[in-house]
Design a protein. Structure first.
Length: 314
């Protein structure tokens, strides 16, 4: 009888074990994340660090590989070919060079991109999302109202080839906020002096939009000199402009943008498609102030605004 029971038990276990094995959840593979960075300058490193922290906090088993391209297009193409072989689960690209190289080399791998100017850079990359550096116009205008509440007439210099539609959008939004946009076209640098002279009679603040025709190394001195002489404060694109004489600039927190990219990456790793996640603007905004310029312009910032600045030039 004991032998019969042992045989019966063995038969039952032999039948049940395969069924249990068939229904057991498969072992979860470690997510493999490739980081593809155009440069190793401090802002890029901060962004990568923030991204890794966000992903590792939620997925401690994630495996990372890093490629730092040093701004070298040849190196970027070679490293991108390696990605085509390793086929990571997710790509975090930092910068335009890295993003475009990776998109060409591994078109099937989802991409989360950082350190890119705007969503247009991802227009032809259907499997990508990310956090762009460009701030929504409403964000910029509301900060302008906060920092310069008495300035209602905003001057903008722009090239039609780059910013025609954006200037129209900004003017319409400004109107809803009780502001006026006075825009002057600049088709080439030689048009800049006349355009600035026209704005001198209409604008109380000059807003620097990202525009390679208007704002570049060759035009910077003329713009800042115009601002200084006419006591029309210039809103720069970055702290570099503020150090050179702009009144203020809004700043991005690159570590926080990295964390924000990490949140998008986690959504992809958990099953969302990158294409279903619209590119985002930075959550966290700071600002740099130039108090020397403010004194010359006879602008006095409240103590709380000075204290809240990321950096103050004195």
């Amino acid at each position: 009888m004991g032998t019969f029971r042992r045989l019966l038990l063995g038969t039952i276990i032999g039948c049940i074990a395969p069924a249990l094995a068939a229904t057991a959840p498969p072992a979860r593979a470690e997510p493999r994340v490739a980081i593809f960075a155009s440069s190793n300058s401090p802002p890029y490193q901060e962004m990568v660090r923030g991204f890794r922290q966000a992903v590792q906090r939620a997925m401690p088993n994630a495996v990372f590989e890093e490629h730092w391209l040093q701004g070298d297009a040849v190196q970027a193409e070679a490293a991108a070919r390696q990605l085509g072989v390793s086929r990571p689960t997710l790509l975090f690209t930092v910068g335009s060079l890295a993003t475009q190289s990776a998109a060409r080399a591994v078109p099937g791998v989802p991409i989360v991109a950082g350190m890119i100017l705007n969503a247009a850079e991802l227009k032809n990359v259907p499997n990508a999302t990310g956090v762009v550096l460009e701030l929504p116009f409403e964000t910029e205008l509301r900060w302008m109202q906060r920092l310069l509440p008495d300035q209602k007439r905003i001057g903008v210099l722009y090239s039609p080839s780059q910013n025609q539609a954006r200037v129209i959008e900004a003017a319409q939004l400004a109107k809803t906020l009780g502001l006026e946009v006075h825009a002057q076209k600049v088709t080439a640098p030689r048009d800049l002096p006349d355009a600035m002279e026209t704005l001198a009679n209409h604008a109380s603040v000059l807003w620097g939009l990202a525009d390679t025709v208007v704002l570049n190394q060759q035009t910077a001195q003329s713009l800042l000199l115009f601002s200084y002489r006419n006591r029309i404060p210039f809103v720069g694109l970055s702290r570099t402009w503020v150090k050179a004489g702009a009144l203020y600039a809004l700043e991005r927190d690159y570590s926080d943008i990295g964390r924000q990219c990490g949140e998008l990456g986690l959504k992809v790793l958990r099953g969302a498609t990158a294409a279903s996640l619209p590119p985002e603007a930075p959550y966290k905004i700071g600002y740099t102030l130039n108090l020397k310029t403010a004194q010359h312009m006879k602008i006095e910032f409240p103590a709380a605004l000075v204290k809240g600045a990321q950096e103050v030039i004195e």
